[in-house]
Design a protein around this ligand. Structure first.
Ligand SMILES: *Cc1c(COP(=O)(O)O)cnc(C)c1O
Length: 479
């Protein structure tokens, strides 16, 4: 497919700028270009066709099933977009006087109240722009807490070996040493290993529950207690709240700080690098350190306040505000009954689909799963030579986006499937049929799966080459 630069033609244009109605300002000579910018010149229809063609070459939730584990690619209702597009929300400016943005402040405090209720936390900051960004903030708060209380030697964060890769990365960014604890046979935290790992140098624990194996750790109260007794704080990675929202609360499990991915669970589409929000909720002990400009409700309206020992800001202004608008719209649409129902359906769908294939595809763990399950394809690969990658590519040929591959790292040949609550029973059955067909093909004609995909716009990509030698710039032809 041609790039915009390649379809560009001299003299085409699509800009319709309004007539200049303010005094013309001249840039100083030294700030002016000496030659025109090399921008593509296109008509509106060129541009429209280009992006429509691009959109047809990709796969999104609106094209078909997208069971990408640990990512929650659910369908997001259009009403959330309509709310976020209301001019009163989309046209506010962060530097407007506070009395002119009272509605926006009310929205932020309402969303805070509801998400605190859902997570069992006391306050929440909406500043972080993503899940990993929320982790960074959460860990900075833990660090500020220990520093404030004179706990100088606490420099280690404990992370289970099933953790999402961002957890150890965030801990390292904050300057913590990462201690990995192994999983037990059920896929939960090994309690003896945890007891051996905690001590006077423990700053805290980072945990996802249900974890990346799709397992809810039944020892969670004991786990958080072990860390508290050692003087550490507990961090809950709530990126994927889909399994428990409205059903169980991190705050009740002994966690002191939690981040959510509003762009997974709460109404904003996920992926494509679009704006997200990774709000961080905290228990009272961490409230004095929250980022600056925290919206609050006063007797006579809404205002911003800075916490007593604020760590400062982690993003300009108040975070990605319109993502919070979508989240509040989502919460209010579903309500008190709808939110747990969505979680229950997410878990039901996942168990149903797992049940339809587990006689031929071994699972990483036994028993029921939460919102996602992990298939372990090592035996299939040994028998037939067909890998998790080959199955994933075969799914692409059949109109299904592959599950998350080769993650969690502790499962060999892993495929991690998260169907989500927005899929129908028949979609799950069709996907299970496709997986069964691919399993048969792996035995009958493995070569055809090594060759897959053949029906996609591009075949197998050189992923290592793309990561090691990315081509990120357009090379203009000489002359
Ligand atoms: C997605 C995810 C993250 C990271 O979220 P980003 O918004 O991509 O930074 C962290 N932890 C878990 C468990 C996740 O699934």
């Amino acid at each position: 497919m041609k790039l915009l630069y390649e379809i560009s033609a001299e003299g085409r244009a699509l800009s319709l700028l309004p007539k200049l109605d303010v005094p013309r300002a001249e840039l100083p000579e030294n700030l002016r270009r000496t030659s025109p910018a090399r921008l593509p010149q296109l008509s509106e229809i060129d541009l429209s066709r280009h992006y429509t063609a691009l959109s047809k070459r990709t796969h999104g939730v609106n094209d078909g099933f997208y069971p990408l584990g640990s990512c929650t690619m659910k369908y997001n209702a259009r009403v959330n977009e309509e709310a976020a597009a209301l001019p009163g929300f989309s046209r506010v400016h962060p530097l407007q006087p506070v009395h002119t943005v009272q509605g926006s402040l009310r929205l932020l405090t309402d969303a805070e109240t509801m998400l605190c209720e859902i997570t069992g936390m006391d306050r929440m900051s909406f500043q972080p722009a993503a899940g990993a960004h929320g982790e960074l903030l959460g860990l900075l708060l833990i660090k500020a807490y220990h520093k404030h209380h004179g706990n100088v030697g606490r420099n280690k964060i404990i992370v289970p070996d099933s953790a999402h890769g961002t957890n150890p990365a965030s801990a390292a960014m904050v300057g913590y040493q990462v201690i990995s604890v192994p999983s037990n046979a059920e896929g939960g935290v090994d309690l003896d290993a945890l007891r051996a790992a905690v001590g006077e140098d423990t700053a805290g624990l980072m945990l996802t529950n249900p974890n990346t194996l799709g397992v809810f750790d039944k020892n969670i109260l004991e786990i958080t207690q072990i860390v508290h007794e050692a003087g550490g704080l507990n961090y809950y990675d709530g990126a994927n709240l889909n399994a428990i929202m409205g059903v169980a609360r991190p705050g009740d499990m002994g966690f002191d700080v939690v981040h959510l991915n509003l762009h997974k669970t709460f109404g904003t589409p996920h992926g494509g690098g679009g704006p997200g929000a990774g709000p961080v909720g905290v228990k009272d002990c961490l409230v004095p350190f929250l980022p600056a400009h925290q919206p609050i409700k006063l007797d006579d309206g809404y205002a911003f306040e800075d916490a007593a020992h604020t760590i400062g800001t982690v993003k300009s202004f108040y975070g990605n505000f319109l993502v919070v608008v979508r989240a509040l719209c989502y919460i209010l649409t579903l309500g008190r009954e709808g939110i747990p129902e969505a979680a229950e359906n997410a878990v039901l769908n996942s168990n149903y689909m797992m049940h339809l294939i587990k006689d031929i595809y071994p699972m990483a763990t036994d028993g029921i799963c939460m919102h996602e399950f992990v298939m372990a394809l090592e035996p299939l690969k040994k028998q037939t030579g067909v890998s998790a990658m080959d199955i994933a590519k075969g799914l692409l040929d059949r109109g299904i986006h592959p599950p998350t591959m080769y993650f969690p790292l502790i499962v060999h040949e892993a495929l991690m499937v998260e169907p989500t609550e927005t899929e129908s029973k028949s979609t799950l059955e069709q996907a299970a049929d496709v997986l069964r067909e691919l399993h048969k093909l792996a035995h009958d004609d493995p070569e055809s799966l090594h060759q897959a995909p053949i029906h996609t716009p591009v075949r197998r990509l050189d992923e290592v080459g793309a990561a090691r030698n990315p081509r990120l710039r357009y090379a203009f032809p000489e002359g």
